[in-house]
Design a protein around this ligand. Structure first.
Ligand code: NAI
Length: 342
């Protein structure tokens, strides 16, 4: 035991000196829309990551104070602020991961699709800048309606000749986070153990939690499946209504987005065991975009886990067929938006 503790201490010293010479933090992350309800807590969580060396915060207003505030946290990431169009290119220079929560959120009574007109233009112009300045970066789209804004981003990148489908991600992590929380509560499981894949899209019935694929394996009654599925699909609206006009989910969204950023950075850093659900270009169904569990590697999407869609329950099969027309329409709306533009 004594010998073991010596060797552990020696190993620790060696590791510490290695860390000193070769700091862990080496990735640059940009947040576009960083002064917003999601942007601020998301920036804080990213600032806490030991893998981040530079955190570039961009917004059309109010970002200077956010950056000054965060810069006092004694973690490695160097925080910089960028305001308005003229500073967008420098914000994006040499960035590895770009996260986009820019846009307007829902108010009670609104669907995510009601945000289309404003957010479609915002995402289009931001992704144009990404294409011009950091075309190799992982792009994480949070701005709603994600079902349409991801196809918009893809078309913009294609027009610019830099589209890499492996590096464009619609952030649906919050649906998984919610599903895991609700299932753990319902089944009295340890939260850390629970993982529910959520597929399809990110709005209403297009959000399809595959409860039959829950890990650890659990059984649900038909009523439980119905209740949990509907709750997961409407969880965003639960928050919109509770906030009563003051916006939509921001804190849980920031948590979920930070998890997706951290997973991407681990993958970039060589971890070969990184899996998340995300809305990506896909051939698992006849739809060109679909959220699935994916394996993320250094070059982006390394594999889409198709087996999740095999052996579904009758309820899940039906829900999958039912979501397709809505998801298809949202994808087409996004694509048409870009092609109608001058
Ligand atoms: P917010 O209104 O609090 O913040 C949005 C920020 O974007 C503001 O600071 C605003 O100045 C900025 N902005 C607007 N136009 C911009 C532009 N052209 N360039 C850069 N920044 C710009 O809204 P919140 O609550 O942060 O939500 C942001 C978006 O995230 C909404 O579209 C919302 O629907 C979406 N969302 C997505 C979720 C998901 O699961 N993917 C969950 C929750 C919200």
């Amino acid at each position: 035991a004594i010998r073991q503790s010596f060797s552990t201490r020696a190993q620790k010293q060696e590791r510490d000196s290695w860390n000193y010479v070769q700091p862990q933090a080496s990735y640059k992350v940009a947040v576009l829309g960083a002064a917003g309800g999601i942007g601020q807590p998301l920036a804080l969580l990213i600032k806490m990551s030991p893998l981040v060396s530079a955190l570039n915060l961009y917004d059309i207003a109010n970002v200077k104070g956010v950056a000054a505030d965060l810069s006092h946290c004694n973690t490695p990431a160097q925080v910089s602020d960028f305001t308005g169009d003229k500073e967008l290119a420098s914000c994006l220079k040499d960035v590895n991961v770009v996260v986009i929560p820019a846009g307007v959120p829902r108010k009670p009574g609104m669907t995510r699709d009601d945000l289309f007109n404003i957010n479609a233009s915002i995402v289009k112009s931001l992704v144009e800048a990404v294409a011009d300045n950091c075309p190799d970066a992982f792009i994480h789209i949070i701005s709603n309606p994600v079902n349409s804004t991801v196809p918009i981003a893809a078309e913009v990148l294609k027009q610019k000749g830099v589209y890499n489908p492996k590096k464009l991600f619609g952030v649906t992590t919050l649906d998984v986070v919610r599903a895991n929380t609700f299932v753990a509560q319902q089944k009295k499981l340890r939260l850390i153990d629970v993982d529910v894949p959520v597929v399809g899209g990110h709005a209403g019935i297009t959000i399809l939690p595959l409860l039959s694929k829950t890990k650890p394996s659990v059984t649900f009654t038909d009523e439980e499946v119905q209740e949990l599925t509907v709750r997961i699909q409407n969880a965003g609206t639960e928050v919109v209504e509770a906030k009563a006009g003051a916006g939509s989910a921001t804190l849980s969204m920031a948590y979920a987005a930070a998890r997706f950023v951290e997973s991407s950075l681990r993958a970039l850093d060589g971890d070969s065991d990184v899996y998340e659900c995300s809305y990506v270009q896909s051939d698992v169904t006849e739809l060109p975009f679909f959220a699935s569990r994916i394996k993320i590697g250094k070059d982006g999407v390394e594999a889409v886990i198709k087996s999740d869609l095999q052996g579904l329950t009758e309820y899940e099969e039906k829900a999958l067929e039912a979501l397709k027309p809505e998801l298809k329409a949202s994808i087409e709306k996004g694509i048409n938006f870009v092609h109608k533009q001058p």
